[in-house]
Unconditional design. Structure first.
Length: 414
């Protein structure tokens, strides 16, 4: 009996010595083994990060040697051990599925596997990474639904799941990510409505859900912290409500193109103090709201509301927006004459105003005389298109009349 206890004591002592010599916590080493075992060996190319991982050695103790050249980072957090705090692979075309043992990496702060060939479902066990700040799985082949458990990652600041094959709805639980600054979900197969309580993401600056099949209205309550909203190429419908934009005081980019939005384009959009780019093309808007004041302080640089169902005259206030340099209203049902202010802004704008270097008005029902100022336009000084309208005289010797003939007279009296 005493001999047995002596042997057990010796074994325990040996294990303690091994642990003391190991710089990496055993659970981190075990996860790195699980992770590498889930990757197809044929996708691990020479010179890549994973090709240098020799897990017969201590990972953190050999990091940045020939045995572990890259792919993760270690920090001395727990006394006597180093913990893996960052797992960021190179873009080497790794293929495989992710393990379920993410609970073994409790100190991970960054996980970036972008631009590879990982597939399968996103594991629910990622919710164990309670210290995670950045999760980037962009440009892979992940499928299935976005795990609702991701809403428990309270420290998360960036969530990038774009360019995958993810399907189903955006989980309402993501509203719990109070520290989230960037949410990228574009180029997936997501369906359903946007979570109605997006406004609770009070730190969110960048929202991109483009190129999905999202439907319904734009939520009436969006975070006032947003700098960019990109929801192009979805199935969003309904009207844009003015109250949606009253809180978006920091918004710089709004892209809602290629949806099914209708009604009016609210003037409140043009009053946003920091807005620079507005893209609403390929929708079903019928008119643009206008006011006699408010546009003078606009900082909008580019507006694209082409390919809608806009009726009425050209919105005169746009010609007086000081920073506007690109305006596209092509392929609508606009009629009336071109205001002289448009031509002036193209050829010789007032001091302090930007030149309207891009004015695309083709494919409407504009008529009357083309402002004489436009005929003084120097070749290649601006891109102006007036083709396929109802002008009685638009000489093809001028570039802005080229591209297509004017509409037949019977069509101009539609």
């Amino acid at each position: 009996m005493g001999w047995c206890l002596g042997v057990l004591g010796l074994l325990l002592l040996m294990l303690m010595l091994v642990a003391a010599e190991s710089k990496t916590h055993w659970s981190d080493t075990q996860f790195l083994k699980d992770f590498k075992n889930g990757i197809h060996p044929s996708s691990v190319n020479p010179g890549s990060c994973l090709s240098s991982w020799d897990l017969t050695l201590d990972p953190c103790d050999n990091l940045f040697t020939q045995k572990f050249t890259c792919g993760f980072r270690c920090d001395s957090i727990v006394s006597g051990f180093s913990r893996v705090t960052e797992l960021a692979l190179d873009q080497a075309g790794y293929s495989g599925s992710l393990p379920s043992t993410w609970n073994l990496l409790p100190y991970l702060q960054t996980l970036d596997l972008s631009n590879n060939l990982f597939y399968g479902n996103i594991p629910h066990s990622l919710s164990n990474l309670t210290r995670l700040r950045r999760l980037a799985l962009s440009s892979n082949s992940f499928s299935g639904a976005i795990p609702s458990s991701m809403g428990s990652l309270s420290t998360l600041e960036e969530l990038c799941l774009d360019h995958n094959n993810l399907a189903g709805p955006i989980p309402a639980t993501l509203n719990g990510l109070k520290n989230l600054k960037r949410l990228e979900l574009q180029s997936n197969k997501l369906q359903g409505k946007l979570p109605p309580k997006l406004g609770s993401l009070s730190s969110l600056k960048y929202l991109d859900g483009s190129d999905n099949s999202l439907e319904g209205e734009l939520p009436a309550w969006l975070p006032g912290s947003l700098v960019q909203i990109s929801m192009r190429n979805n199935k969003l419908s309904g009207m844009l409500k003015s109250e949606v934009f009253k809180r978006l005081r920091y918004l710089e980019v709004l892209d809602l193109s290629r949806n099914k939005l209708s009604g009016s384009v609210p003037f409140g959009v043009f009053e946003l103090p920091w807005l620079q780019q507005l893209t609403l093309s390929f929708n079903e808007f019928s008119w643009i709201e206008g006011k006699s004041a408010g546009f003078e302080k606009s900082g909008v640089i580019a507006v694209d509301i082409s390919n809608n169902k806009l009726r009425g005259n050209l919105p005169w206030f746009m010609a007086l927006m000081p920073q506007l340099s690109a305006l596209s209203l092509e392929n609508n049902m606009l009629s009336g004459m071109i205001p002289r202010e448009y031509a002036v802004k193209v050829v010789s704008p007032p001091s302090g105003q930007s030149t309207l270097a891009r004015l695309l008005l083709a494919g409407n029902y504009l008529y009357g005389f083309i402002p004489h100022t436009l005929f003084t336009l120097k070749p290649d000084s601006a891109n102006v298109t007036l083709a396929n309208n109802c002008f009685s005289r638009c000489p093809h010797t001028f570039s802005f009349c080229q591209g297509a003939p004017q509409k037949p007279l019977p069509l101009c009296h539609h």
